[in-house]
Write a protein that binds this ligand. Structure first.
Ligand SMILES: *Cc1c(COP(=O)(O)O)cnc(C)c1O
Length: 382
């Protein structure tokens, strides 16, 4: 019976309506290339949205953005880069592309992001081993800003640049400043499941025009100034196409609406779980933090729920054709990274064991919410 009901997804693309006009224009003008008016337009829209003083280069993915940040920071084979362990592999893979070693750091329990204390321990220990980290990659996971002041204080104390992974946090702010504006570099993502999407894509935010030009240079195969093709450096094919950027321009028109709707989903879960012991919804620790609540995430403590755990909840929702997903499995527990250095305790590990992401899309309606609520209450009824 329930299988006849349409699937409720965790986070699915949500078009605003005007995306196709920008794409059609690209066809009419024959700008079907990794350059053109939509590329420039999307970049200036993003710049205006996050901070006029920043520079933005749009790319083929968020992962590519992190990679080009590391390239510009001179990360090379044998170097070390610190990375939040509790994240998606896209944060850490670019460290490996450069032949460098990721050093993973645990989270703190308030924002679930990199713990400033564990971070400082890691830096001190790596320096004592003769390995000064080349960069730090903290993440605003699920849209929740990390402890910006505390993390950046540690980073500046040791003079290590920050590459902010803001892939999930477009529309989030910390002390009224946009996420994606705090680091030396910041990466945004417009993958299909993110708060706005270009089907696939990303952007690298930097502090000045020279750095943006470098990003564009590396993302278009590092061509020297010459009438022929000449190369003095290794480049990448990472630039965003004018078609994707057209979708992006349309999505920028509805970004604030998407943030408001995702925040409503978070409030919806807050209300449901305020009545249920042992379930916590990830929420801003103070007014300094404003999350876009890209994904609403909960933790379940089976000791307080008569043994109901996150897996039971996930499987129950699945029988109602409702998608949910365990929180990110920390990088230091991934088979591919198991032999890399790690600093911290079991915060991230416990989040993974107890946590679940719930349907959070800006395109969910009252009927969807009713189904979700009934399914959740059913789990806790017995
Ligand atoms: C999505 C994501 C990325 C990578 O972005 P892509 O555009 O998918 O390459 C990196 N970090 C985090 C935390 C993400 O969620």
């Amino acid at each position: 019976m329930s299988s006849e009901l349409s699937k409720i997804w965790l986070s699915s693309p949500h078009m605003g309506g005007q995306e196709q006009e920008f794409v059609n224009k690209a066809f009419e003008e024959n700008w079907i290339a990794p350059l053109g008016p939509n590329v420039n337009g999307f970049e200036s829209d993003l710049k205006e949205y996050i901070d006029q003083d920043k520079e933005v280069a749009v790319l083929s993915s968020g992962t590519a953005a992190i990679h080009l940040a590391l390239v510009q920071l001179g990360v090379k084979a044998g170097d070390e880069v610190i990375c939040q362990s509790f994240t998606f592999s896209g944060s850490a893979n670019p460290i490996m592309y450069q032949g460098a070693t990721p050093v993973f750091v645990d989270s703190e329990p308030q924002t679930w992001n990199i713990c400033p204390k564990a971070l400082e321990k890691a830096i001190k220990d790596r320096i004592s081993k003769g390995k000064r980290p080349k960069a730090i990659i903290p993440v605003h996971l699920y849209g929740m800003p990390y402890m910006v002041d505390e993390v950046h204080e540690v980073a500046s104390k040791y003079n290590i640049p920050i590459v902010e992974d803001a892939a999930e946090s477009l529309g989030s702010t910390y002390k009224s400043k946009s996420c994606g504006t705090f680091g030396e570099f910041a990466a945004l993502s417009f993958n299909g499941n993110k708060i706005i999407t270009t089907s696939g894509g990303g952007a690298l935010v930097s502090n000045n025009k020279a750095s943006k030009e470098k990003t564009v240079f590396y993302s278009t195969q590092a061509r020297d100034q010459a009438p022929h093709y000449q190369h003095s450096e290794i480049g990448f094919n990472y630039r965003m196409s004018n078609i994707s950027a057209g979708i992006g321009r349309g999505q920028m028109l509805v970004l604030d609406k998407h943030v408001a709707l995702r925040r409503e989903m978070h409030q919806f879960y807050e209300t449901i779980f305020s009545e249920i012991d042992g379930v916590e919804v990830l929420t801003e620790p103070s007014d300094d933090y404003f999350s876009n609540h890209w994904l609403s995430a909960i933790t379940i403590d089976p000791i307080k729920t008569n043994g109901i755990d996150r897996e039971q909840m996930r499987l129950h929702l699945e029988t109602h054709n409702i998608e949910s997903r365990p929180l990110w499995k920390p990088m230091h527990l991934q088979p591919v990274f198991a032999h890399m250095p790690y600093y911290g305790g079991k915060v991230a590990e416990e989040l993974f064991e107890r946590g679940l992401c719930l349907p959070s899309g800006s395109n969910l309606n009252d009927k969807d919410r009713k189904r979700i609520k009934e399914a959740i209450l059913e789990v806790f009824k017995n």
